[in-house]
Design a protein around this ligand. Sequence first.
Ligand code: ZN
Ligand code: ZN
Ligand code: FE
Length: 764
Amino acid sequence: MSENARIRQRLIVRGIVQGVGFRPFVYGLATRHGLGGFVGNDSNGVFIEVEGEPAALEAFARDLQAEPPPLALIESVTSMPLPATGETTFVIVASEGQAGASTAISPDVCICDDCLRELFDPADRRYRYPFINCTNCGPRFTIIRDIPYDRPLTTMAAFPMCAACAREYHDPTDRRFHAQPVACPACGPRVWFEAGGRATAWDDDAIRAAQAALRSGRIVAVKGIGGFHLACDATNDDALRTLRRRKGRVDKPFAVMVRDLAAARALAEVDDAEAALLTSKARPIVLLRRRPDARLSALVAPGNAYVGLMLPYSPLHYLLLDGLDMPLVMTSGNLSDEPICKDNDEALRRLASLADGFLLHNRDIHVWCDDSVMRAFEGRELPIRRSRGYTPFPVRLAQPAPMLIATGGELKATFCVTRERFAYLSQHIGDMENLETLQAFERALTHFVKLFRIVPERIVCDLHPGYLSTQWAERFAAAQGLPLVKVQHHHAHIAACLAEHGFDPDARAIGISFDGTGYGSDGAIWGGEVLIANCRTFTRIAHLKYVPLPGGDASIKRPYRAALAHLWAAGIAWDEDLPCVAACPPEERRVLCQQLERNFHCPPTSSMGRLFDAIAALAGVRQTATYEAQAAIELEALCDDAEQGHYEWVSAPSAGGDALVLDPAPIFHGIMRDLHASVSRQAIAAKAHNTIAELIVQVSDHARRQSGLNVVALSGGVFQNVQLLQRALPRLRAAGFEVLTHRAVPPNDGGLALGQAAVGGFRA
Ligand code: ZN
Ligand code: ZN
Ligand code: FE
């Protein structure tokens, strides 16, 4: 073929294409097809120029899309013709920063099989090196300071490569070609063990020192990928008691790290979907049904039928668990309610009273990122907490939205920023109830704004005037002169579900939004809401009947108060024999009674979370809670699958006739009858769950008659409850409904910001 037949093209590839071995992949592909040209990263993604015969260019373009590297995700490829220059060699060119541009960034992923093999190969020069990684694995999001993703802009900038590493880094045929965090024992970060205020061991000795401390029941702070863990022997009651006391954590379950899938199966039931989740590159904590014979301290997850297990994800974890014959509690390194520690100095200071020793290293974590928590439902993931391994992977919206910041809720806070069609949900920030968490929110937001080059056109927040996230949004919008959009909490939940399912802004669905607390458009505490909604607006067509809740949200930690409020509303006497009445001190009971009689400090609430609390307390399951939704979680754990019965409720039009009001009073009468008939708590728990499932079908049917809609979206924290999902979905499908549940973001308030972003972005 003559020289004249050569053509040249410029291609722009967007998506997750940086830090995932994309340039070496392009290099290999171009070389294979005999093309000249170059490939490079810029702040938009990857740019390529290729030159050669038309058929070869065509094959190149096809293979580019057909077989990208494992961690890459191509969003789009655009091409434009250029005049041929005669170039016949292909090279990788230096990165170009660009103001205002943006590209997707890979989440942190676990060590790959190749690196794992080398880690335990005595002949390999990275044998037992805790920072082994390659282009297919290792930290990303947590070490990136800015884009483009190149070593100088990561926390690896402090470690100049040795000659051997540099050779691999520059060799296009090597697995470590342009792997930014590449390092080895000669040039890379090191690990050491500190106890009593000084370093006592380095490298492999440090890992052995940490293992020895763990074996003797000590608590060791371990610096990981996204922050510090507090580790201890998960079979040792004394160690767990100490950890709970020091951390100020009474009952809330701890996550456990086990060495492999077989070890997980020894502790919990693991089905195929759960096994896939456990071994996925994101390596989340997976909530699994605990085996009765599990060799685990009862103090790991008291009163819980589930246990959160995860597999090692960093090489350091693999080394720590190697030869250590015990599962390890691995809980975030913080005091309860504080953000997780990520820096050495900070950890040595803040965790001094919590840990007996520290396994530290000198690769800095630029942004913290807690472990993610997942459940499996119907063979798919149901996110409970979406963080490490997922952040900052975007959710793709149905349409481009204006650039905005949605500030989220209060508990399990996250925020969301949008750019074009992408919604970037932040890592888990925590409960935004104190200054530390608000500061963590601001730090994370600053990072996202920089990373994704966000120039917000509007700010979006919850309606609740008391949320720190709302107050921040009000201050920020005022200071920047930006419009502020406030989105009702339960509308945001449903919008989050619709948005992750790619719904057009105008496409409506029936939304069942059940959670603990959200600020209602009428100022009441909502939480048992049925909406007709799209990503712009909503109509509330049904809700739980308002019950006066003395002290409002102050009752969250005392489920017996929710029970007394519901008994009051149902006209059932507070009989001393009832566990929820007995749990309430007489003086408090007297005050509650007065408050209810005078309707003083008794905000009306339609909360489904409080209804679950009340049922759990009345059934004698739990009277006081030490963590959010504890009573509901323990009620869920009790459910007897064989029980098919349910309780009654009453639906009637509201006073104005604009909504259907669902009165749960008959549920309490039914439970009272069952208590007198000595029906088991397991049966009562199952009947309560069946009741809510039946109620969901009935209101959905009502909504369908009103709207003609056939799609039901389930959102809100109540839908973390798998026992409820398992009962509601078959019933809804049998009634002919299409059901949407969460797969990408949590149904709880951790997913709220996505819904806010959708509504804030699409509302005119
Ligand atoms: Zn690797
Ligand atoms: Zn090296
Ligand atoms: Fe909520």
